[in-house]
Design a protein around this ligand. Structure first.
Ligand SMILES: *Cc1c(COP(=O)(O)O)cnc(C)c1O
Length: 431
């Protein structure tokens, strides 16, 4: 087996192959832009987490059915944050009624669709707001539930990914746990799980704090408790200098909490981990063609045919993605230039090289010309799932490379697909 490809190894360099496939040939056959996933990288990330008995994939990171099916094969269960995500999980054969449940609905509200789907398929729910307790009791009388707690502090790689503390909308405020327990009891619901997800980019120091808060809350719940969930937020290394997580240490801290609770309650306590990005980020690449190279004063721009309609993390969070050039034409120079990389949208924020707050930055990339390809790496998480049809751009195809074979896992949306719905509405006369 080939060594795994690490983002920092190709960032700012020339890259011509992924998982043994020629990048330029893939684009010649499947068009540009296109999302590519390397299945083996996902399997490797699953193996990293083997010490956790239950790994629950936060599918919002990448909910393509073929990716879910691959994760299912690896023994990973799923989290769903909407009716649509529950249906995706059911579509690949996850069971709602197993123990522990293979599908959990986690949210801070039930919209009408979600409540209906949860009721119809007996989905286990992780409730993030007190109002959800009576709403669920009405459609799932006697159900077992998990409560998501906001421990009063949080941590995230940006304000938008920080999911704890008083500024966050997520979870039940820790001081309200006793009243929610009383309310659940009065409604006939049984609290069997506790969940804390305080944000993406968790480090070990904050983790000790979360573990402590979890233990305190667990003792308030008492022996009906069967499972604790550590949430997600395991970091991915996107660029040189970033730190990965010491997984053994991470596991040890949580395992100790679980063991103490099990000893006190006199029965085993399940431990769940709920990663999104960790499992899929590194497997994904957005392949895009350079369509213009131009100077604006001192800035050299590479303009590509993918924009924030395809990958929104840079404009949303100032997120850094590793980038490489795959030359297609003759290479005339081996030097790197500091360039600004932008997309095709009629929107000045459509820049892939930007920092938090929208500050445009430059990236050192190999010399390139129109027709060469730009490979944007680590796009497997929060990439395709956040894509939009802004500027009436069709959604890109998604393809997966696995054991030397290529599979199309999502067909490119056609231009006709874009307007079919509205065309039929236009033709319907409403009075
Ligand atoms: C988004 C989310 C996750 C996953 O976060 P990552 O940073 O992708 O690991 C896990 N749990 C919940 C409840 C989430 O909302």
């Amino acid at each position: 087996m080939k060594d795994k490809m690490i983002a920092t190894q190709y960032d700012g360099k020339v890259l011509t192959e992924i998982a043994g496939f020629s990048i330029s040939q893939l684009v010649a056959e499947h068009g540009s832009p296109v999302y590519l996933y390397d299945a083996e990288t996902i399997r490797q990330r699953c193996r990293d987490l083997q010490m956790f008995e239950t790994v629950r994939f936060a599918q919002k990171a990448c909910s393509n059915l073929s990716i879910l099916a691959l994760l299912k094969e690896q023994g990973i269960v799923v989290d769903a944050v909407s009716a649509g995500e529950v249906l995706r999980a059911l579509a690949v054969g996850y069971s709602a009624t197993s123990d522990p449940p293979e599908i959990v609905y986690t949210s801070d509200i039930f919209d009408r669709d979600a409540l209906q789907v949860v009721a119809e398929h007996h989905i286990h729910c992780n409730l993030g707001s007190p109002d959800m307790i009576p709403q669920l009791a009405e459609v799932q009388p006697g159900a077992e539930i998990t409560l998501r707690i906001n421990p009063g502090f949080g941590h995230g790689h940006s304000q938008k990914t920080n999911t704890g503390g008083p500024q966050s909308k997520h979870g039940i405020w820790h001081e309200q746990l006793p009243s929610c327990l009383a309310q659940a009891k009065a409604c006939g619901l049984k609290v069997v799980g506790l969940h804390m997800h305080i944000g993406s980019g968790t480090d070990l120091e904050h983790l000790a704090q979360v573990c402590e808060a979890m233990e305190r809350c667990a003792r308030l719940v008492g022996p009906t408790l069967k499972t604790i969930s550590a949430g997600g937020g395991l970091p991915t290394v996107y660029r040189a200098g970033q730190q990965g997580m010491d997984l053994a240490q991470y596991h040890r801290l949580w395992d100790e909490v679980r063991n103490r609770l099990a000893a006190d309650f006199g029965h085993p306590i399940g431990l769940e981990l709920e990663p999104g990005r960790y499992l899929v980020a590194e497997s994904g690449y957005l392949l895009t063609e350079i369509r213009a190279v131009k100077k604006m004063g001192d800035n050299l721009f590479y303009l590509v045919d993918a924009g924030f309609n395809n990958l929104a993390r840079p404009i949303l969070y100032g997120a850094y993605h590793p980038m490489a050039i795959c030359p297609v034409g003759q290479r005339t120079s081996n030097t790197n230039h500091d360039v600004v990389v932008g997309g095709p949208l009629c929107e000045s924020g459509d820049i892939f090289t930007q920092e938090d707050g929208g500050v445009v930055s430059r990236r050192s990339l190999p010399a390139a010309q129109v027709g060469d390809l730009l490979v944007i790496g680590c796009t497997g998480a929060y990439g395709a799932v956040m894509a939009s049809n802004y500027n009436s751009k069709p959604l890109a195809a998604e393809i997966m490379l696995d054991r030397g074979e290529l599979r199309i896992i999502r067909h490119k949306q056609t231009l006709e697909d874009l307007i079919a719905n509205e065309r039929s509405a236009l033709e319907t006369v409403t009075r």
